[in-house]
Design a protein around this ligand. Structure first.
Ligand code: FMN
Length: 190
């Protein structure tokens, strides 16, 4: 059975990001994936402190809520990261989480250690922004691409939605909910 880690990066409980992520979770569960959802806003995740012990050990020496997440990420073949767009990037919650994955980058590129997996390790990204600019997701896509790379995952797909601002506004767009559900089904399938 595939393990999927669903990471909710919005500080707004019941906001657009969480609604979309929950649809994706439903899709993944419907095809039999074992899903664990984590809400970054409830966790204590210190930003990366550049101690760089990870270059020697592949592990981050900071003991906080990230410690348990490292093993979850390693044992999950799928990860969905969801975040609203804040200043053309992910939220501060999501960025602290991503930066702490520098330990994964060090493990892969300094120590040359890969994560063994019988099935392809895949990541997907869900993002919502208020504006409609053509370049809205340009920066964040690069951030997320290299985040997945550090986790030894392929950036398999994304769902990037413009023009949604108010809390729960996404519910007026059943087509986006359906797309999130379908993404979840694909992510939950080997
Ligand atoms: C601090 C902050 C920064 C934001 N920056 C952007 C931005 O750069 N571009 C944009 O389109 N929307 C921006 N937004 C709007 C949010 O992306 C939008 O309201 C989104 O629907 C919130 O999703 P949520 O309900 O999941 O939290 C910003 C909102 C906040 C609070």
């Amino acid at each position: 059975m595939l393990k999927l880690l669903a990471v909710q990066g919005s500080p707004r409980k019941g906001g657009n990001t969480e609604i979309l992520l929950d649809e994706a979770i439903r899709g993944a569960q419907d095809v039999g994936a074992q899903v664990k959802k984590v809400e970054l806003r409830l966790l204590h995740i210190t930003p990366c402190l550049e101690i760089y012990a990870c270059k020697k050990t592949g592990q981050c020496p900071i003991q906080d809520d990230m410690t348990a997440l490292y093993s979850e990420m390693e044992s999950s073949q799928r990860l969905i990261l969801a975040s609203p767009i804040f200043f053309y990037s992910v939220t501060a919650h999501a960025k602290a989480f991503i930066d702490r994955c520098q330990a994964g980058w060090a493990r892969r590129y300094v120590l040359g250690r890969r994560i063994e997996s019988a099935v392809e390790r895949r990541g997907a990204f869900i993002a919502v922004g208020a504006t409609s600019g053509k370049r809205l997701f340009e920066g964040v896509k690069l951030t997320v691409k290299y985040f997945f790379d550090a986790l030894d995952m392929v950036y398999a797909e994304d769902l990037l939605i413009r023009g949604i601002d108010e809390k729960g506004e996404i519910l007026k767009h059943p087509e986006h909910l359906q797309t999130a559900y379908d993404l979840g089904r694909r992510m939950g399938t080997p």
